[in-house]
Design a protein around this ligand. Structure first.
Ligand SMILES: [Zn+2]
Length: 233
C-alpha cells in the first residue's frame, strides 16, 4: 500500500517538471531544431531549451495554475487532480488544455547568459538575443509564439501540421512551407513564390532538388529527415 502511494506521488510529481529532451520531439522537428540551434550558437547566443514534449497530465497541471478547482473541473479535470494542483493565486500559465507540445511539435527556448557572475535565463521578448532566436527559428520553419497578436508567447516555437516522417503537399502549415520555399530558391537558384502554399511548383522544385541530390524515388515530392537536412544546411 505504501509502495503504491509512493508510486502515485512519484508519477504525480512528474507533472511539475518539464521535459527538455529534444529526442522526445517529432523526427522532422528534431532535424530543424538541431539546425536552428547550431545556427543560433554560431551567432553567439547560448540557447536554453525550456520544454519540449508535454504530457496531457502536465498540460492539466499548468492549466490548474491561476485557476480554482471549480473552474478546472468544469473543463473535465478530475477533482483529485484539481485538489492536488490548483493554485488560484498563481499567475495563469496557459489558456488551453491543448498544446502543440503534446503532439511533440513545439519547443520553448530562451537565451541564457552571465548576469552578475551567474548563468541566467532571459525571459524577455524584447531582448536582443531573444530576437536572434526568434528570427533564426523562423528561418527553419518554426512559427514564433512571440508574433501572435493574441496572447503572445515569446519562448514558444511550433510546427503545426499533419506530418509524421516527411513534409509533402497538403500536410503543412504556411510557416514551414515558406521556409522550405526559401531554401529551395537558394539551393536551386530559382524564384518560387514564397507564399506558404505547397502547390504544384513547390512539388516540382522538391523533385528537382531530389534529382540534384541523386536520391532514390526522385519524384516522390517528399522531404523526409535526410532531404530536409540537406536542404537547410
Ligand atoms: Zn511552448
Amino acid at each position: 500500500m505504501i509502495l503504491m502511494v509512493r508510486k502515485m506521488v512519484m508519477q504525480m510529481s512528474k507533472v511539475t517538471d518539464q521535459c527538455r529532451d529534444i529526442k522526445e520531439l517529432n523526427i522532422l522537428v528534431q532535424v530543424l531544431l538541431n539546425l536552428a540551434l547550431a545556427d543560433i550558437r554560431k551567432q553567439g547566443v547560448n540557447p536554453l531549451i525550456v520544454e519540449t514534449y508535454r504530457s496531457q497530465e502536465r498540460q492539466n497541471y499548468l492549466y490548474c495554475q491561476g485557476r480554482t478547482i471549480s473552474e478546472v473541473t468544469a473543463k473535465g479535470i478530475n477533482t483529485t487532480f484539481a485538489t492536488a494542483y490548483c493554485c488560484p493565486r498563481a499567475s495563469k500559465k496557459t489558456w488551453t488544455l491543448n498544446s502543440v507540445h503534446k503532439s511533440r511539435k513545439a519547443v520553448d527556448i530562451v537565451p541564457q547568459r552571465m548576469v552578475d557572475g551567474r548563468m541566467t535565463a532571459i525571459w524577455n521578448a524584447k531582448d536582443k538575443e531573444t530576437q536572434i532566436i526568434i528570427q533564426t527559428m523562423e528561418k527553419y520553419g518554426f512559427e514564433a509564439g512571440a508574433n501572435w497578436s493574441c496572447n503572445p508567447d515569446s519562448p514558444h516555437f511550433q510546427i503545426k501540421g499533419d506530418f509524421t516522417t516527411s513534409f509533402m503537399q497538403n500536410r503543412n502549415n504556411k510557416y514551414i512551407t515558406k521556409a522550405i520555399q526559401k531554401a529551395l530558391n537558394k539551393k536551386l537558384n530559382i524564384k518560387l513564390n514564397v507564399d506558404g502554399i505547397w502547390g504544384i511548383k513547390t512539388r516540382e522544385a522538391v523533385n528537382k532538388f531530389r534529382a540534384k541530390q541523386d536520391y532514390p524515388f526522385q519524384n516522390n515530392g517528399k522531404l523526409a529527415k535526410k532531404a530536409l537536412k540537406d536542404l537547410f544546411v
